[in-house]
Design a protein. Structure first.
Length: 156
């Protein structure tokens, strides 16, 4: 389980409608479709990697059949970005209790804005139920840090 930021393209629809449609279409038993990146989408991925490295810090990345993941492990913590051309998402583990969550939440929001700018997908923070563009970092820290604190208090 992780703190998730989801990205989608929403032509003529609200972001929530787009995400609800995506969830309704999801079939956990279906074989995933292999990723087919256009030259432009691959170039967008390279721009994301370059900008995150320059503006946030070093990353590692791989290429798999279904997505391009990027990991950011730094002094603030760990996050993962998965990109598949027309979709992307960021995951942060719930291991940051209380205010310790502030640096990694701020870093995740910075990466999310880079993704939005580089490829035109809109980010949505499912925990705070707000688009990244208007999201409140303090709300994200409260959610991430609160669950992280609960996990630390109750699961360790």
């Amino acid at each position: 389980m992780s703190y998730d930021i989801t990205f989608a393209r929403r032509p003529g629809r609200t972001l929530l409608e787009t995400l609800e449609d995506r969830a309704a279409e999801y079939d956990p038993d279906a074989e995933p479709e292999p990723m087919r990146l256009t030259t432009a989408r691959r170039a967008a991925w390279e721009r994301i990697l370059q900008r995150v490295t320059a503006e946030v810090g070093p990353v590692t990345s791989q290429e798999y059949l279904y997505s391009l993941p990027m990991w950011r492990d730094g002094a603030t913590g760990h996050l993962q970005l998965d990109y598949a051309g027309e979709s992307a998402h960021i995951e942060i583990p719930y291991r940051y209790p209380g205010k310790v969550a502030l640096p990694i939440a701020a870093e995740a929001y910075r990466v999310a804005r880079i993704v939005e700018e580089a490829i035109g997908l809109e980010g949505f923070d499912g925990e705070t139920e707000q688009p990244i563009a208007i999201g409140n970092i303090e709300s994200a820290v409260a959610k991430l840090g609160g669950i992280g604190q609960w996990a630390q208090d109750n699961l360790t």
